[in-house]
Design a protein around this ligand. Structure first.
Ligand SMILES: [Zn+2]
Length: 141
């Protein structure tokens, strides 16, 4: 399943991370699932073609895949996902408001695939929801 990150609209397509090159809302056809009109959300360049994300009025999300000459190649499925937080980019003060030093150290180690103490990560996990409620950032380790 292809994924689109909720905030940045980054498309993860065949392992590539693609940023939208345009976010024009155009009428781009009809939904293959319910036949309602499709409105484009974002345009992406894959290097070998183009992908247009579009949504119908019933909320179906479709990726339309085109070659470089805009010949339609087919529709692809996609889901919207929330960005995973990169802990190293979160201000230390924010982490420290919720987690202990040992928990922060082991969360970072886990994210960097270094050895960590499981128990600290378990304790940290119990506080992810609290962190999300406070700062609106979802941590998923
Ligand atoms: Zn639809």
């Amino acid at each position: 399943m292809n994924q689109i990150e909720e905030k940045s609209h980054t498309l993860i397509f065949e392992g590539q991370r693609l940023q939208p090159i345009s976010s024009e809302g155009n009428l781009v056809g009809f939904c293959s699932r319910c036949e309602a009109e499709l409105l484009s959300l974002d345009y992406y360049s894959t290097g070998a073609g183009w992908i247009v994300s579009a949504r119908c009025s019933n909320g179906h999300l479709i990726l339309m895949h085109y070659d470089l000459l805009w010949n339609w190649r087919g529709d692809l499925d996609a889901e919207i996902v929330r960005e995973k937080a990169d802990l190293s980019t979160i201000a230390k003060e924010m982490l420290e408001a919720v987690f202990t030093q040992a928990e922060i150290r082991d969360m970072l180690a886990c994210q960097q695939k270094l050895p960590y103490i499981r128990q600290n990560l378990y304790r940290a996990r119990a506080k992810y929801q609290k962190f999300e409620n406070l700062f609106g950032i979802k941590i998923d380790l």
